[in-house]
Design a binder for this molecule. Structure first.
Ligand code: NAD
Ligand code: DAU
Length: 355
């Protein structure tokens, strides 16, 4: 079996659902269930004996040692992290604790477990660390996309904490020979995306008749990838990636934020027109920019395509349509995640921004 951490969050849950739809191999899912972790994402697996959910922290060595000894996974995929840049600006400590200290404790447990393995079990074992393109910093408009050899230049507490975790993972390979793989992916979107992030926030605010808050001039560029394509890339790297290597994952799909927001609005105009017949774009509101806001990310995904034959299946047009439709079809899920804690966050992040 395999062990996944953070499998109740956005990407992790999509990965777990896809894994169990595509393979017979069981999966242990270790998740702390922070505000971003949601067991409802995994509701389809309630009666599936191949899915073992464990509520716990990657930083709890006693727990991870016990899980490793009990389940003897052939591979571990680490999705667990604090993931939202704006939250890292308001309060970096949780990011240091989970993304750096938690990853360190997890690596130590895995090192102990892997050292005890022999023969094929030891040779075939893999630890795959899921990371981000944000570790590379910000690109100017004319600069080439991030390759795997681009220097690390993280700019937010979030990206700095992810960069630190990537370095630890690299060091455990270099020093101890641990068979690690690292993926650095661009912005994901799709089902189960928590509505603190740009695309789901715009969909739920639009439908609720609320302002669509665009930071600064809205011309920051992100490289968007449908989440299920990220999951297929991770499966491929796990299957055929070379230990010690990193693989950049992206959709060759750079777009300014304002274009993204306008696309969401246009799709909603078609799929769920406003009662007053006016376009959703009228709800766009420019607000104070994110401090230290990275201007542009872009992924050069040629290595994973060349070496492992991976390419995304969705275009942005197909992926964003599926995504908007998913939110329209899953209003109950949206309602459930918009708890009191969610409302507190919205007030904290947007209350002080000037319109
Ligand atoms: P998310 O915030 O939606 O989910 C994170 C999950 O990790 C949650 O289920 C949470 O409960 C769990 N978790 C947090 N701290 C934990 C801890 N200490 N122990 C165990 N579980 C813990 O995040 P996401 O968007 O799904 O991102 C998953 C991973 O992919 C992260 O490592 C992130 O850095 C990376 N990533 C995300 C994107 C993106 O666009 N969302 C892009 C590239 C890489
Ligand atoms: O690039 C990969 C990263 O993508 C991941 O590592 C992170 O975990 C993930 O959260 C995401 O980070 P971003 O900061 O790019 O995503 P976010 O959805 O928060 O913002 C996308 C862009 O939209 C960014 O330029 C900020 C802007 N934005 C965001 C919000 C929430 C707005 O203009 N208004 C908003 O309300």
């Amino acid at each position: 079996m395999i062990l996944v951490t953070g499998g109740a969050g956005f990407i992790g849950a999509n990965f777990v659902l896809d894994w169990l739809a595509l393979s017979e191999e069981s999966l242990v899912n270790l998740d702390k269930l922070t505000y971003a972790g949601n067991r409802e994402n995994l509701a389809a697996l309630t009666d599936d004996p191949r899915h073992v959910f464990v509520h716990g922290d990657i930083g709890d060595s006693a727990l991870t040692n016990r899980l490793l000894a009990q389940y003897q996974p052939r591979a571990i995929i680490n999705f667990a992290a604090e993931s939202h840049v704006d939250r890292s600006i308001h309060g970096p400590e949780d990011f240091i604790q989970t993304n750096i200290v938690g990853t360190f404790h997890l690596l130590e447990s895995i090192r102990g477990y892997w050292s005890s393995l022999q023969g094929e079990a030891r040779d075939g074992f893999r630890f795959l660390h899921v990371s981000t393109d944000e570790v590379y910093g910000s690109l100017a408009r004319e600069e080439p996309a991030f390759s795997e050899t681009h220097r690390y230049e993280p700019n937010s507490p979030y990206s700095a904490s992810k960069a630190a975790s990537d370095h630890l993972v690299r060091a455990y390979h270099h020093t101890y020979g641990l068979p690690v793989l690292t993926t650095n992916c661009s912005n994901n979107y799709g089902p189960y995306h928590f509505p603190e992030k740009l695309i789901p926030l715009m969909i739920v605010n639009a439908l609720a008749g609320k302002p669509l808050p665009v930071y600064g001039d809205g011309q920051q560029i992100r490289d968007w990838l449908y989440v299920k394509d990220h999951c297929s890339a991770i499966r491929r790297v796990l299957e055929a990636g070379r230990p010690g290597e990193t693989y950049n994952v992206g959709g060759w799909n750079e777009k300014p934020n304002l274009d993204i927001v306008r696309t969401v609005c246009t799709l909603l105009d078609e799929l769920r027109p406003r009662a007053d017949g006016k376009p959703y774009c009228e709800q766009i509101a420019y607000v104070t920019d994110r401090p230290g806001h990275d201007r542009r990310y872009a992924i050069d995904a040629r290595k994973i395509e060349r070496e492992l034959g991976w390419k995304p299946a969705e275009t942005f047009a197909t992926g964003i349509r599926k995504t908007v439709q998913w939110y329209l079809d899953n209003q109950a899920w949206v309602g459930n995640v918009q708890s009191g804690a969610y409302r507190d966050w919205v007030e904290k992040n947007y209350g002080e921004r000037q319109g």
